[in-house]
Ligand binder design. Sequence first.
Ligand code: GLN
Length: 548
Amino acid sequence: MPTELTEYDPSLGNKFIFVTGGVMSGLGKGITAASTGRLLANAGFDVTAVKIDPYLNVDAGTMNPYQHGEVYVLKDGGEVDLDLGNYERFLDIDMTFDHNVTTGKTYRHVIEKERAGDYLGNTVQIIPHITDDIKRRIREAAEGHDICLIEVGGTVGDIEGMPYLEALRQFAHEEDEEDILFTHVTLVPYSKNGEQKTKPTQHSVKELRSIGLQPDILVGRCEDKLDPETKEKIALFCDVPTDAVFSNPDVADIYHVPLMVEDEGLDEYVMERLGLAEEAIPKADRDNGWREIVTTDPTDEIDIALVGKYGLEDAYMSIHESLKHAGFETETDVNVLWVDADEMDDEHADRLERADGIIVPGGFGARGTEGKMEAVRYARENEVPFLGLCLGFQMAVIEYARNVCGLEGADSTEMVEDTPHPVIDILPEQYEVEDMGGTMRLGAHETTISEGTLAHEVYGSDSCTERHRHRYEVNPEYIDELESAGMRFSGRANNRMEILELPDHPYFLGTQFHPEFRSRPTRASPPFVGLVETILGDNETDTEEVTA
Ligand code: GLN
């Protein structure tokens, strides 16, 4: 369980950029914030971020991927909202559990303090006790960084968000004006006759002002760039200068948002307002690697089948992003073909057969596991490049036990408690665990990789440190049997099996960990790059054969 912050620290002179959202959720304010952060980092500043999730859950660990998308895992084992993944990818930083503030965490901490008698008989209230705790968390997460972006989840006006906005209002009084910036992201829809409408933005700013917050910057999400007249109208009604109104038009891919923000000049405006312009690296000297990577045209195109059970892209966000990163590195357009493991009808089976490679992702519970196992079998028997992640790794073990070692009914005790062959079994330290939240084997752990293996080639190293989130593992009692039948456990953490491979297969790799959480646009994750490169190599051989 990641540690909770306990000590209060006064402001340390950092700069704070608060980002709120109006009109409706899902406007991509996190991506806008992260993109601005990327550009500030390019200008030489140390940027970090805090995501505020105003829900009562302590963390995202117990949440259904259908509702909130994937649970993102941090290096310290924090199970957090997938937006933190975007901050890590865009800013190329490692965040900690403290960078995700939730209502559950805040209230729990304050109530625990109350029980301990720390409030000395006072009435414990939202203001000041909860708001103080919120401010403390923001300041502590920002400590040691030049700039901290703070994104308030949800939409202004939500009941859940009120204590946070009140905390921000107090925050603004406690800091120097030049150290704080309020950015509000809203929607600018088109009317039937093609006019950009500013009324929703006006109402949302009115709501914000009624709480005592005046935005410094307004960003309008719109299909296209905002017209100059639209910007002027927003400026007039919302009481900001016209040059503080920015467009956030639709772009082809999220990795193009920093380019768009730069074109709009939002980063320069932010630096100007925060008094950072003088310190910034001159524009001509800034790192332009990002632009280069995301605008290079791919020279190849491949299809990867993703065999899961949640038919929702967000549920596997980091895998999608990792494939894009591997595509950047190899100049390849990687298409993902969704294959529903739970309903493998003809259409889905056809996608599986059409794919150049197969990924079986992580997951929990029995639903879809037989379909996943079929996909593993297909990849193994037909020499289709394969990557199994966490549950996908476990499925590969079970499939091998059943169909190669002949262990009939082999399974994971997660799915079938009284299986005759528990090749995947609960981690010994989990026997006594009853609570579901934050109790799995979580976060970064080191794996030792054997020389002369595919894993060693892929990582180019004797070890790797990747993030984990699991309760089950390969049962040590079956390791010898699986290995003598041909499966190789090439990565281990003591007696814990972390990586598997099949030496006779072009690319059959499984990892008990989740490499997708450490993949970055500029540093793609090795197992994903290996998968794409193997396919590209195969395709090349195929073309040579055809032309020969
Ligand atoms: N359900 C499996 C376990 O708990 C796999 C978890 C996962 O895929 N993240 O071990």
